[in-house]
Design a protein around this ligand. Structure first.
Ligand code: ADP
Length: 161
């Protein structure tokens, strides 16, 4: 059997991208022939950055990873996975608290698209506590987020102080 090309899809809100997200993207990248990092254009979430801004920040901060494609999509994740011919969906697991939601979503997605596998990756332990929402809160209150987000994101957050 010919070797199958591994096309990965790492979806998320990325509002904004953090060092935790990048850690997962770098691990996923090592496993794939081609990795798509895609911003979910979900209107039900209160976001700080627009979809275009989030895509731009992802592009700037993943420049060091060749064969990474940054995009955004509307609608069902599995439909987007089919569109780009992805065969793996990557998600990051920080703690047990992520597990229940992620487990449920993985089962739903697999029932909607039987040829896709959901793979969970665990970040470096120094990013376990990191979330976009906590970063936004710290930045809003004037705290130093330089250890948690790339420089480009730190700069972008300054306008919200
Ligand atoms: P969503 O709204 O889809 O959860 P996020 O942008 O918050 O989008 O996260 C996208 C993915 O990245 C999720 O799988 C999430 O668990 C994972 N993730 C977020 N922050 C981290 C982190 N610090 N370490 C590991 N995975 C993370």
């Amino acid at each position: 059997m010919a070797n199958k090309k591994i096309i990965g899809l790492y979806p998320g809100s990325f509002d904004p991208v953090t060092n935790g997200h990048l850690d997962i993207a770098e691990r996923a990248f090592k496993i794939c022939d081609e990795l798509h990092v895609a911003v979910v254009a979900n209107p039900s979430k209160n976001s700080l950055f627009s979809i275009a801004e989030r895509v731009e920040l992802l592009k700037k901060t993943t420049k060091h990873l060749p064969k990474v494609v940054i995009s955004s999509f509307n609608g069902l994740l599995v439909n987007y996975a089919k569109e780009i011919k992805a065969n793996i969906i990557f998600r990051g697991l920080r703690a047990v608290s992520d597990f229940e939601f992620e487990f449920q979503m993985a089962l739903i997605n697999r029932s909607l698209h039987k040829d896709i596998e959901v793979v969970f990756l665990v970040p470096n332990e120094k990013f376990i506590f990191l979330s976009s929402s906590s970063i936004k809160e710290v930045a809003r209150l004037g705290g130093d987020v330089s250890g948690f987000v790339p420089h480009e994101v730190q700069k972008a957050l300054q306008k919200f102080k």
